[in-house]
Design a protein around this ligand. Structure first.
Ligand code: ZN
Length: 548
């Protein structure tokens, strides 16, 4: 698929169009010296500029704006009006009245959603063997006996059954990891704990066991990320700061390790391990092996900045001051609780009507205009941004880069009708998505926004999804949306997060109008090509974007 698309890109670029009288419709690409012209959508080049043409352009513009703006049912309009009224009370400082109004509107619109009886908690960790089932108890009886080097399966088999049947029993996992290590299977021990720790992020003993294994294997980056994750998910924990400091120290160890590799002249290994591809791919332009490693050495902020400045050149960004201020404000509301003050957060809006957003290491966050158009309130947009910030503070993108899983496959230019962002793939794992949802919801709940912003965005997207041939990009890589929605719901109910807080409907709607105008103009000027107008290209279009 990717190859087919790249071939198409080439074809598109090679169509050289002779210079036309209207220089606006021609974009010169300085990188490769090719000139790509955009077919004027209307008869704008007509120098006579007669009345009729003017009307046609304006009509077309209004039509585009209407197509871009959300087309709500009467029921949804009514619901949003109720939220807007509640917002008024909230902003007037009348919080009790606001709460009542939010509650009334949401209970009517989502009658069953947050019924605590219908929310099932999937994880109930415990440490007391008394709570084990009779079968589990038998396995534990064998498993806790001293290991005999000659009787490997006598220890391993019962423990392996135990962790499978009683995953909530935390000491079982620790003992199983100890057994695996004892019998020279440290890697399996690590693999097992790596799958368990994200499910029980508050279990400090699990985290410590995993960290000690990473230390023995000198997996410093993994150790740093794991320690950081514990500190971020458990801010109230008495040892949160200790783990945050440990994360910094492990990261220093990781850098020393990289430096040693550089000195040992094994750059080739570092680079062929995928890192080289991610960093030297065309996104960053020609880039030497030493430079890539040097970037990694400087840490995630440098990597993110380098990628970000390249994307800023390549992508059609919204330059409207009010809109950028809007998104920056939302971002700042969330990042003040992010726990990563070492990052310099920046937010950009891309002129693209597909719903999508993505985050680069170190806090550079790109939001498609479509994300503003398809969310119903500031709180929902905040939910999306909080999820992306979740990826950032947990260093997911940086992790992908070091593993070589960020496929920076951006061409030398932005092809007509497509943005470069569509060609990058950030392939987060399911665990990473779950973590970003969880930390994002936790962050959102720390702000004044309603805590169910992410939840509502995902449920509405799921509905839209069912009525569309192409699902919204942000969801397309998440086949298990229903499970994610359930997890978020459980988290909100269990932590008693406030769903009846600020929504920000009115201002959001004003911003939507502004976005629609900007996109319509960009489309008419040939800067971008809106979704609905791609019929001819459809067959050769790449799979929807994988970035999120
Ligand atoms: Zn995500």
């Amino acid at each position: 698929m990717k190859f087919a698309w790249n071939a198409l890109l080439l074809t598109t670029t090679l169509i050289l169009v002779p210079t036309t009288a209207n220089s606006e419709s021609v974009r010169e690409n300085t990188t490769n010296g090719l000139i790509v012209a955009n077919e004027p959508e209307t008869d704008k080049t007509d120098n006579n500029n007669d009345e009729e043409t003017e009307v046609t352009t304006e009509e077309k513009r209004q039509q585009l704006i209407q197509q871009l703006l959300p087309d709500h049912s009467e029921e949804t309009k009514n619901y949003l009006n109720q939220l807007a009224e509640a917002d008024q009370s909230y902003q007037a400082g009348n919080h009790q009245q606001a709460r009542d109004r939010y509650q009334k509107a949401k209970s009517a619109f989502y009658p069953e959603a947050f019924n605590p009886e219908k929310v099932e908690s999937s994880r109930n960790p415990y440490s007391d063997p008394e709570q084990l089932s009779p079968g589990g108890n038998v396995f534990w009886g064998y498993g806790k006996q001293e290991f005999d080097p000659k009787l490997k399966s006598k220890s391993l088999a019962p423990l392996s059954h135990l962790v499978e049947q009683e995953p909530d029993f935390i000491p079982g996992h620790i003992r199983y990891a100890e057994a695996l290590e004892f019998f020279d299977q440290r890697e399996q021990a690590i693999t097992h704990l790596e799958s368990i720790v994200p499910q029980y992020p508050e279990q400090v003993e699990l985290v410590e066991t995993l960290l000690s294994l990473y230390e023995k294997e000198q997996q410093w980056l993994d150790a740093s990320l794991t320690a950081r994750r514990f500190a971020l998910f458990n801010r109230e924990h008495e040892r949160a700061e200790e783990f945050s400091n440990a994360a910094d120290e492990y990261f220093e160890d990781y850098r020393s390790q990289l430096r040693a590799k550089l000195r040992g002249n094994v750059i080739a290994n570092v680079i062929t391990g995928g890192v080289g591809y991610a960093l030297t791919g065309s996104l960053l332009g020609p880039f030497s092996a030493i430079e890539s490693t040097a970037l990694l050495l400087q840490g995630e902020s440098s990597v993110g900045e380098r990628l970000s400045s390249r994307l800023q050149e390549e992508l059609p960004l919204v330059e409207d001051e009010e809109l950028n201020e809007y998104v920056n404000e939302i971002g700042a509301n969330i990042t003040q609780y992010s726990g990563r003050e070492d990052f310099d957060y920046e937010f950009y809006i891309i002129k693209d009507d597909n719903l999508n957003a993505f985050a680069l290491p170190g806090g550079k966050i790109f939001i498609n205009s479509g994300a503003i158009l398809e969310t119903d309130s500031e709180a929902e947009l905040a939910g999306l941004i909080a999820h992306e910030i979740g990826h950032v503070v947990l260093s997911h993108g940086f992790q992908l880069i070091t593993e070589g899983n960020l496929l920076a496959n951006v061409g030398q230019f932005v092809p007509f009708g497509r943005t470069a962002a569509n060609l990058i793939v950030l392939d987060y794992s399911r665990d990473m998505e779950r973590e970003a949802d969880e930390l994002g919801t936790q962050l959102l709940a720390s702000t004044e926004y309603a805590a169910d912003g992410i939840y509502r965005l995902m449920t509405t997207l799921n509905e839209i999804n069912q009525n569309r041939s192409t699902p919204p990009a942000w969801l397309s890589t998440h086949p298990d949306t229903a499970e994610r929605v359930d997890n978020i719901k459980t988290q909100i109910v269990e932590n008693n997060y406030n769903r009846f807080s600020f929504e920000g409907v009115k201002r959001h709607q004003q911003m939507q109008e502004k976005v629609a105008q900007i996109l319509a103009d960009a489309d008419l000027e040939g800067e971008i090509d809106l979704q609905g107008e791609e019929e001819e290209e459809e067959e050769d279009s790449p799979e929807e974007i994988d970035l999120n």
